[in-house]
Design a protein around this ligand. Structure first.
Ligand SMILES: [Fe+2]
Ligand SMILES: [Fe+2]
Length: 266
């Protein structure tokens, strides 16, 4: 095992819907039992006390102050977000390796950092999702999310496409979580809101970093806007069937969908 591995921070992944092999050898390896497991670089979270706190939230022990109705709503909303996190871990990891090969080490390092942050989001959301009740329509939810990412994969014919699309998805997540923070009735749950706020602020930064990186790769603003429009439309299509979930936590889904549809930037 490499020296810089912290075994206490092992996160075993069982893909929610996007079981694509990950190439980031720095944080993953195949163990003797054949499972791919992911390890944190030593001290990564100790240098980030807020993340350390967030990764320590255990819904089985810590009272999240969420009602049954709110928990049920989350159980229908989180699986799609989890698919997005999985997808983002993979795509940023790929981009990091691709840039490493081109010896663009600064960009490669920043993409690796994004991949690691997405992995953190995934761990936080997975712990929550695994604890939530299983909704009756979970099969449909997974099927729609799987279809969304398959369609996104077909629409991405180059590394630049993939990066623009995952960045646009980050925007969707950021705007959705922003609406959750500002307009839902879940603000009583401080631990949950801290998770949401952290992911939201990370995603906003990811979008800024990706936009800069895409510009350096020669992708025009018009191309980025096109990618953003495509993905935001697909995201609204993904979320519309569970619009009642947003209503259940006091949000106005039409307002959110309108914000997503009318945005012009990546
Ligand atoms: Fe994320
Ligand atoms: Fe992100």
């Amino acid at each position: 095992m490499p020296q810089n591995i912290n075994q206490t921070a092992v996160a075993e992944r069982q893909a929610a819907c996007y079981a694509t092999p990950i190439v980031d050898a720095d944080t993953s390896r195949i163990d003797d039992d054949g499972y791919k497991r992911y390890y944190s670089p030593a001290n990564a979270d100790q240098q980030d006390p807020e993340m350390e706190y967030l990764l320590g939230i255990d819904p089985a022990k810590d009272d999240l102050h969420l009602s049954d109705k709110q928990l049920h709503a989350l159980s229908r909303f989180l699986p799609s977000l989890l698919c997005g996190e999985e997808s983002a871990v993979v795509i940023f990891g790929h981009e990091s390796k691709r840039m490493s090969k081109k010896a663009q080490d600064v960009i490669a390092a920043s993409m690796a950092q994004l991949s690691l942050e997405e992995e953190r989001h995934e761990i936080m959301l997975r712990r929550l999702a695994d604890w939530l009740p299983v909704p009756g329509d979970i099969g449909d939810i997974h099927e729609r999310a799987g279809g969304f990412f398959m369609k996104l994969g077909f629409a991405s014919t180059s590394p630049e496409d993939r990066l623009a699309h995952i960045s646009a998805l980050d925007t969707c997540v950021s705007l959705t979580l922003g609406a959750l923070v500002k307009r839902s009735d879940m603000t009583r749950s401080e631990p949950f809101m801290r998770i949401v706020n952290r992911i939201r602020s990370d995603e906003s930064r990811h979008v800024r970093m990706c936009r800069k990186h895409l510009t350096e790769l020669g992708v025009s603003d018009t191309q980025m806007e096109g990618a953003g429009k495509t993905v935001r439309g697909m995201f609204v299509d993904l979320m519309e069937p569970i619009a009642d979930t947003f209503e259940d936590v006091g949000m106005d889904p039409d307002r959110l969908f309108s914000t997503l549809r009318t945005r012009t930037k990546l």
